[in-house]
Design a protein. Structure first.
Length: 220
């Protein structure tokens, strides 16, 4: 019997050691797994927040752009010159339809009926400004009911080539002209008293044309 008992005790000790080692391994695994899960949770949350911020930013920028287009007062024309090209409301003759829509927004109607202008179609914004297209290129612009006080200051402040002609005692037509490109913007008072702007291409020899009204004053 003395030889039997020690043998059993030795086997029990080895078994306890294996159990203890298994418990230790399990504890270590349980300690490592929560850390990995926590890292995954943090990364997932960060990515989700980043995506949401990006989407909100895109929506905000789009709304801001639409609001800016909606707030544009087209009766107060923006006018500029760049590399001898004249620009009205950010577009110039020869631009595409998409360029006009980008500058003024999508609040327009399309008029494809013949009105005597020879245009293939017309983009109309609120009956105030009309863009005439021929062969998919902007051919001319008519801006109606222009803010007179605003335009007077715009004309006075312009440092490029401009001049005045007299079509009647009460109406002095005013012009912006590019000698290099032959683009002309004419401002005239129509019979109903409104100020209209006509933006067109007339050629580089306008001032030498005997049919053109006499220039009364040249302002450089």
């Amino acid at each position: 019997m003395n030889n039997y008992i020690p043998s059993k005790v030795k086997d029990l000790t080895a078994s306890k050691q294996r159990v203890i080692q298994n418990v230790i391994n399990e504890i270590e695994n349980n300690q490592r797994n929560p850390k990995r899960k926590w890292l995954y949770v943090v990364l997932s949350t960060f990515l989700a927040v980043s995506v949401m911020l990006f989407v909100f930013s895109e929506i905000f920028m789009k709304n801001e752009q639409q609001s800016a287009n909606g707030m544009l007062d087209i009766t107060k024309p923006t006018f500029s010159e760049n590399q001898d090209l004249l620009y009205l409301h950010g577009v110039t003759l020869g631009d595409s339809q998409s360029k006009v829509i980008e500058a003024l927004g999508e609040n327009y109607t399309i008029d494809d009926h013949e009105d005597g202008s020879g245009a293939d179609f017309i983009l109309d914004y609120d009956g105030i400004v009309r863009f005439y297209f021929y062969q998919d290129k902007l051919d001319s612009i008519l801006l109606m009911k222009v803010d007179k006080i605003y335009f007077d200051k715009l004309f006075d402040d312009y440092g490029g080539y401009k001049f005045i002609t007299s079509s009647s005692e009460d109406n002095n037509d005013r012009y912006f002209y590019s000698k290099e490109t032959g683009q002309l913007l004419k401002a005239t008072i129509v019979p109903d008293g409104n100020l209209y702007l006509y933006f067109m291409h007339v050629g580089k020899d306008l001032l030498e044309n005997p049919d053109f009204p006499k220039i009364e004053q040249v302002l450089d």
